[in-house]
Write a protein of this length. Structure first.
Length: 282
């Protein structure tokens, strides 16, 4: 499914979840042809993200609704900033309000966290990447927000690259057997995918190297072990650091020379940015 189609599907499900058989309060209290204007007001410091999604939410209910962006996605904002104005049918605006804000607040929270992490490693070659620890059904939205904030996306799902983890290795019998099985799968399907191998120690790093993996994940390595692993790999493949990553540890991890640092916290426990929509009739 194309990204645009997936986003449309996510928005439609969210609106259906909230509106159901109808927004009875707006239907009861607001005249059918009433026009209104609303301002998106930021109440905290952060990075704005999701205005294009918010626009799609409103226009899903009424194609005549206009959203004027005043501060573009990816820019830092502060309390009191008005990032956009929405105008059009008042009923439609109010019916879409909560859904639009839910996307905008969550995406801005993710972008804010991503911006902080990206800045923390900006003096190194390391890139911070996300994980699959996203809100169910919102992965595409979450990963767009990560990119807006300045970090990168890892795999989108289980379908776009091999990631051989400890459980795969345990069941397959070894790293070598698991990698060989992945290559056999590609030959059979006549498709090419990157192969990443999760490792727990230097012996496993050596085995993954011998298998010519495209990427090696150093899972919960301490800093000294990580440096040794990077020296051992010596540019033969890309290196990802994973596990125990937070703002207190990421600088030292990045300085070991790894290529990527995966951070589940970008999406799994993000704090939404405080944004409100203040609406007045016209």
């Amino acid at each position: 499914m194309k990204q645009s189609e997936q986003i449309k599907q996510i928005i439609n499900l969210a609106l259906q979840e909230d509106i159901g058989s109808g927004d009875i309060t707006s239907l009861a209290t607001i005249k059918k042809n009433q026009i209104a204007i609303g301002k998106f007001l930021v109440k905290d410091n952060g990075v704005i993200a999701g205005l294009s999604i918010a626009k799609l939410v409103f226009r899903s209910l009424d194609k005549k609704i206009k959203l004027k962006v005043l501060i573009e996605d990816g820019f830092e904002v502060k309390p009191g900033d008005v990032v956009a104005e929405v105008s059009g049918n008042a009923r439609a605006i109010l019916s879409a309000e909560r859904t639009a804000l839910n996307f905008l607040q969550r995406m801005s929270g993710i972008a804010t966290a991503s911006s902080i992490y990206a800045k923390a490693v900006s003096h190194t070659k390391a890139k911070v990447i996300d994980t699959r620890k996203t809100a169910p059904g919102l992965r595409m939205i979450d990963k767009i927000a990560v990119k807006i904030g300045g970090c990168d996306n890892h795999r989108l799902g289980l379908y776009d690259m091999f990631l051989i983890k400890d459980n795969h290795i345990e069941i397959s019998g070894s790293i070598t057997k698991a990698v060989e099985a992945c290559r056999k799968f590609m030959r059979k399907k006549k498709k090419k995918f990157l192969i990443e191998v999760e490792t727990k120690n230097l012996d496993e790093v050596l085995e993954a190297l011998e298998c010519k993996a495209d990427m090696i994940m150093l899972d919960n390595f301490n800093i000294e072990e990580m440096r040794k692993a990077v020296e051992l790999i010596n540019g033969k493949c890309k290196v990802e650091a994973s596990g125990g990553v937070n703002l207190n540890t990421i600088k030292a991890i990045a300085e070991t020379g790894v290529d990527y640092i995966s951070v589940g916290g970008l999406t799994h426990s993000v704090k939404a940015l405080d944004i409100s929509l203040e609406i007045t009739p016209l």
